[in-house]
Design a protein around this ligand. Structure first.
Ligand SMILES: [Zn+2]
Length: 401
C-alpha cells in the first residue's frame, strides 16, 4: 500500500511493546501489537468519559449478575441491555461489550462481587473500531466517533489487512493505547547446513558454540539493586515504601525483557546469516535437571531462562530458522574435546577441565559445543514445537512478560 509506514521488525523502541500470543499454524503467527494513540485534548476527554461510563456500567451489570447469580451472557443481555443503554447512554455495541466484560470476568471466579477500575480496558470490536489507513483509528465514544492519529513505527510490518478482529483500548499513565492482533507471516524455513548450539545460564545468559557469550552481568547488577531495594522497603513497610516497592519490579521486568529481546534477536540473526539451525537444550529435561543451590534460588527464579528461550523460539520461527531441542543430559559434564562425561569435569560454575584429556575451557562454551554436537549426531528430536511454544508464550503473557 502506497504511503503505508514500513515498520522494522523487532525494533525495541518504546512505547511500542509486543506480546506474542500464539502460533496458530506454520505460515502465520498472531501477535498483539500495542500502538499509541495521539488524541487531541477534546478527544482524550471523550475517550476517558467513555471508559469511565463503560466501567460504571460494568459495575452495575456485575452487581445484578452477582446478586441474581446470573452469569450467562444471553440472559444478562436479555435482562439488562435496554436498561444499561438508557441509563448510561451507551451505544448498542458498547453495552454488549460491557456485558461481555462482566461475563468474562466471572468465568473463573464467582466467590465475590467484581468491580471494575474506572479506566479499565474496553474491547473494541470491528463495529466499534476502524482504521483510516494506518495513520488514524476511528473509535466509537459516547459522543460519536473520534478519529485519532496513531503512532506507528518501530514494530513488525503493520499492514491493515493483517489486523485481525478486536483490539483492547488501554489507558496507562495518561496515555491511550490500542492492542491490535496482527498476523505475522513467517519466512519459509531455511535448510540448515549445521547447528548453532546455545547454552543458557545465569552469569552468561547465553553462550553459543561459536564461543560468543551474552553476559547477564549488567542485568544482574540491576536486578540485585532492585532486590536489595525491595528488601529494604519491605522492612520499612510504610504506605510510601509500598508504592516504591511496586515500581522497581516494573522497571526490572522491562529491563529483563529488553535484554532478552536483544540477545534472542542476535542469536537468530547469527544462525540465519550462517545458514544454521539453532540447537537448544530440551526444556522439560532442563527443568528436572536444574539443581539450584539455596543461595541461587532467587536468581534462578527470576532469571530462569523461560523468557529468553521463548523469544528465541518465536523469533526463530518467524525468521524461518529451525530450532532443535536436544537431550540436556551431560551437556555440562561432557568434554567437548574427547567426549568423556564425568561429574568432576566441571570444576566450578565457570570452569571446565577434562580429567581424561586435560582439555580446559569456559564451562558454558563447552556446554554449548556439546549441545551443537548432540544436535548434529542425534538429528532433530523436535523441530520447532508450536504447541510447546504456545504454552510457554502464553505463560509469559499472563506473567506480564
Ligand atoms: Zn576430554
Amino acid at each position: 500500500m502506497a504511503g503505508s509506514p514500513r515498520l522494522k521488525p523487532w525494533a525495541e523502541s518504546q512505547p511500542y511493546t509486543k506480546h506474542i500470543i500464539l502460533a496458530n499454524n506454520i505460515n502465520t503467527m498472531l501477535l498483539t501489537v500495542k500502538v499509541k494513540l495521539q488524541p487531541t485534548e477534546e478527544q482524550r476527554q471523550r475517550l476517558l468519559g467513555t471508559m469511565e461510563t463503560f466501567n460504571r456500567a460494568c459495575d452495575d451489570i456485575s452487581r445484578t449478575a452477582y446478586e441474581s447469580k446470573t452469569y450467562n451472557k444471553y440472559k444478562l443481555q436479555h435482562n439488562l441491555y435496554y436498561r444499561i443503554r438508557e441509563q448510561y447512554l451507551l451505544p448498542a455495541q458498547l453495552a454488549i461489550r460491557a456485558i461481555s466484560k462482566v461475563v468474562e470476568s466471572y468465568k473463573t471466579e464467582r466467590s465475590h462481587l467484581h468491580l471494575f477500575k474506572p479506566h479499565g480496558t474496553i474491547v473494541y470490536d470491528q463495529r466499534l473500531l476502524s482504521f483510516k489507513g494506518l495513520e488514524k483509528a476511528s473509535l466509537v465514544t459516547l459522543e460519536g466517533r473520534v478519529v485519532v492519529p496513531i503512532l506507528v513505527g518501530g514494530y513488525a510490518k503493520l499492514e491493515q489487512r493483517r489486523i485481525r478482529g478486536q483490539a483492547d483500548l488501554l489507558y496507562v499513565k495518561d496515555e491511550f493505547y490500542l492492542c491490535l492482533v496482527v498476523e505475522q507471516p513467517e519466512e519459509p524455513p531455511l535448510t540448515p547446513e549445521g547447528y548453532l548450539g546455545v547454552d543458557f545460564g545465569i552469569v552468561n545468559l547465553a553462550t553459543t558454540s561459536d564461543g560468543v557469550s551474552y553476559s547477564g552481568e549488567k542485568v544482574e547488577s540491576v536486578r540485585a539493586h532492585y532486590t536489595g531495594l525491595k528488601a529494604e522497603l519491605q522492612h520499612v513497610g510504610t504506605e510510601s515504601a509500598k508504592r516504591h516497592l511496586r515500581k522497581p519490579s516494573g522497571r526490572e521486568a522491562r529491563f529483563k525483557r529488553q535484554t532478552n529481546h536483544i540477545i534472542s534477536k542476535e542469536l537468530v540473526v547469527v544462525a540465519k546469516d550462517t545458514m544454521r539451525a539453532l540447537a537448544l537444550e530440551d526444556l522439560k529435561g532442563m527443568r528436572s535437571q536444574a539443581t539450584v543451590r539455596h543461595g541461587q534460588r532467587g536468581r534462578h527464579g527470576k532469571w530462569a531462562f523461560g523468557q529468553l528461550r521463548a523469544f528465541v523460539e518465536y523469533k526463530a520461527k518467524v525468521a524461518g530458522v529451525p530450532v532443535l531441542m536436544v537431550d540436556p543430559r551431560d551437556t555440562s559434564r561432557r568434554c567437548s574435546a574427547c567426549g568423556c562425561a564425568e561429574r568432576l569435569n566441571r570444576i566450578s560454575q565457570s570452569e571446565f577441565k577434562c580429567r581424561v584429556c586435560g582439555h580446559a575451557e569456559n564451562a558454558d562454551f563447552n556446554a554449548a559445543k556439546n549441545i551443537q554436537w548432540r544436535a548434529s549426531v542425534n538429528q532433530p528430536i523436535v523441530v520447532c514445537r508450536p504447541e510447546g511454544l504456545e504454552v510457554e508464550l502464553q505463560a509469559h503473557l499472563f506473567r506480564g512478560g
